[in-house]
Design a protein around this ligand. Structure first.
Ligand code: M6R
Length: 602
């Protein structure tokens, strides 16, 4: 989704710095970009469709010496990606960049049209700029105008604003979209996230909803909603700029796949040494809801399986954007677990706020430290997997699964369901995960061989039962996202109720059967597809490979593990198949078309 950065400085390099910040925000997903900078007399605006490198090229034709700039990457919502719709937008005395959506923009636009404003773009943001200019024309007070405009806006926003008559000061505010203020030796920032400023500083402050900020090159002043000055602590980011580099890997996705052995073993080691959430008492709640989007929802389904099967706790998993339609099920004795890598996903945030309104206790499983979801939940369990840049999540997902494994273990312990032998088995499994993941990753040749067999196909199916069927969903999403191949995930037993009609000669079917109890049934379902001509790729554990030639054209062999870690091993193999396939198809692996890393609109 959109990314913003504003920088005001004692030097003349604000354009260069803002542009480097925009490049670090690229991972959020975008389709155009733009920058406004003070040229000594006025704000110049340069915009470009497509990659930031296009904007960079355009800028090389201008004198970009400037002490104040605001810049933006746009992920189109209102109006197609083109230069007119790209930000910054300038109306009257106001130039601004915006991340979010002004939902009532058409009502405001009508009011502005009646007051003589005209519009060039199709965007809600140009309306926001005009409305702010309108408010400023009435109050002649910059902060008050921003307060008044925000009162009229419905929706979500993080704004960086520069007024024509104070062109080296950035005014900023936010609601439901992230914004951080950064402090460097030469000047100050207002940006969507810390990654944008880490090349220059690791000192930052977080802006709460409805707060306002005045940022000059020398001083940053914070205000509450009534415009009373407030004090803010400065924090120090623990992530450093190097973590935002590929460090020799061809893609961020590959780097993040290779970071999984450490990320996952860290979670299990912390659980056994210094666990911050062991005090979570499941017996206090009569039900558990888990709510998330996309891959985080898939991780939640693994969580549900583990909590129900081993912890004997009934769990409902809901897609965040649908959760409000289950409103009547949320009570003060509900434990809601929200799961989010970015901690900024608008649908998940809305679900958490709804549940809090209804009195539920909310726990977050979050990766991004200091993100909105992390701050708003009653208890945050951080995955601490480090920054994830590739749009397609890998370590984000597996670290969420790892946390769920520990929660299921806790539930078993609390209910007295953990006998000494099982405990020893699971502990051994968790504490040896690094080696097992490394052995899965080292099978790269096999994944490439499979990718070569499937990359020219248009349709592909994933099938599995039980815990394997939840991993199928994630494997299928990974392939779709980065290779643009159509793929569907089906519970193996459900295929014959309709979808099997799509299986034809050569259709690739990836089947997963790691669960001992369900093995035979899954194999029967694989044979049903094989009888219809499928190209069968079989994913199983080392103890299950006898006689699989009968129904498998390719086999991926995984180390045997318990259900508490097997999904992690399985999905990593599928991540690598998706990666190799997308590479053969020549796709933009880290930034797939139409997708955004951080989905900050509902
Ligand atoms: O940041 P979140 O975990 O809340 O994001 C949720 C989904 O948007 C995300 O998992 C999405 O499905 C990814 N593109 C999957 O790779």
């Amino acid at each position: 989704m959109c990314g913003i950065i504003g920088y005001t400085t004692r030097k003349n390099n604000s354009v260069e710095v803002a542009l480097s910040g925009l490049k670090n925000l690229e991972y959020r997903g975008y389709d155009s970009s733009g920058i406004a900078f003070f040229d000594g007399e006025k704000m110049d605006i340069i915009k470009s469709k497509g990659k930031i490198s296009n904007l960079d090229d355009k800028l090389s034709n201008f004198n970009t010496n400037s002490c104040c700039a605001i810049a933006h990457t746009r992920w189109a919502t209102h109006g197609e990606p083109n230069e007119t719709n790209a930000h910054p937008h300038q109306v009257g005395k106001v130039t601004l960049v915006h991340n979010g959506i002004i939902e009532n923009y058409s009502v405001l636009k009508d009011e502005l049209l009646k007051n003589g404003y005209t519009f060039k773009s199709e965007t809600d943001t140009e309306v926001a700029a005009a409305y702010l200019d309108y408010c400023y024309s009435k109050t002649q007070d910059k902060l008050q105008a921003l307060v008044d405009a925000c009162k009229a806006f419905r929706g979500s926003y993080a704004f960086d604003v520069v007024y024509e008559d104070e062109p080296t000061t950035i005014y900023a505010t936010r609601k439901d979209s992230p914004l951080v203020i950064g402090y460097s030796h030469d000047g100050n920032f207002a940006a969507s996230d810390i990654s944008a400023i880490l090349n220059y500083t690791n000192k930052y402050s977080l802006i709460e909803e409805g707060e306002f900020v005045k940022v000059t090159k020398d001083i940053v002043t914070f205000y509450n909603k009534d415009l009373h000055e407030i004090e803010k602590k400065s924090e120090t980011a623990t992530w450093d700029a190097a973590q935002y580099q590929k460090n020799g890997y061809e893609h961020f996705m590959l780097k993040e796949i290779y970071e999984q052995p450490k990320a996952i073993s860290d979670i299990f080691n912390r659980y056994y040494t210094n666990c911050s959430y062991k005090d979570l008492d499941f017996s206090k709640f009569d039900k558990i809801h888990i709510v998330a989007c996309g891959s985080a929802m898939h991780a939640s389904l693994v969580g549900k399986y583990l909590l129900q099967t081993y912890g004997k706790i009934p769990v409902m998993v809901e897609i965040a954007s649908e959760y409000r339609y289950s409103e009547e099920l949320i009570t003060p004795s509900t434990l809601l677990i929200v799961v989010s890598q970015s901690g900024e996903t608008a649908d998940t945030l809305a679900a958490l706020r709804l549940a809090k309104e209804k009195g539920a206790y909310v726990v977050g499983i979050v990766n991004a430290v200091g993100s909105t979801i992390a701050r708003e939940v009653d208890k945050c369990i951080y995955t601490y997997a480090g920054p994830e840049i590739a749009v397609a999540t890998t370590k984000g997902y597996t670290s969420q699964v790892a946390v769920f494994s520990t929660l299921a273990l806790m539930a078993m312990e609390q209910k007295g369901l953990l006998d000494k032998n099982i405990e020893k088995l699971i502990k051994n499994d968790m504490l040896n995960i690094e080696e097992k993941i490394n052995s899965v990753i080292s099978n790269r040749e096999k994944y490439l061989e499979i990718a070569n067999q499937i990359y020219k196909h248009n349709d592909l199916f994933f099938i599995g039962r039980g815990i394997d069927s939840t991993v199928c969903m994630e494997g299928s999403l990974k392939l779709k996202e980065i290779s643009y191949m159509h793929s569907e995930s089906y519970s193996a037993g459900e295929l014959k109720h309709g979808t099997i009609s799509l299986i034809d000669k050569g259709t690739p079917v990836i089947s997963i059967a790691t669960d001992e109890k369900l093995f035979e049934k899954t194999v029967s379902n694989i044979k049903e597809t094989k009888a219809r001509g499928s190209f069968s790729i079989f994913v199983t554990t080392e103890n299950h490979i006898d006689n699989c030639d009968e129904f498998a054209d390719e086999v991926i062999i995984l180390p045997k593990a318990t259900d508490f870690t097997e999904p992690i091993l399985t999905v990593i193999a599928l991540q690598l198949v998706a990666y190799e396939t997308a590479k053969l198809r020549g796709c933009d692996i880290d930034k797939p078309r139409n997708l955004a890393k951080s989905v900050t609109v509902e």
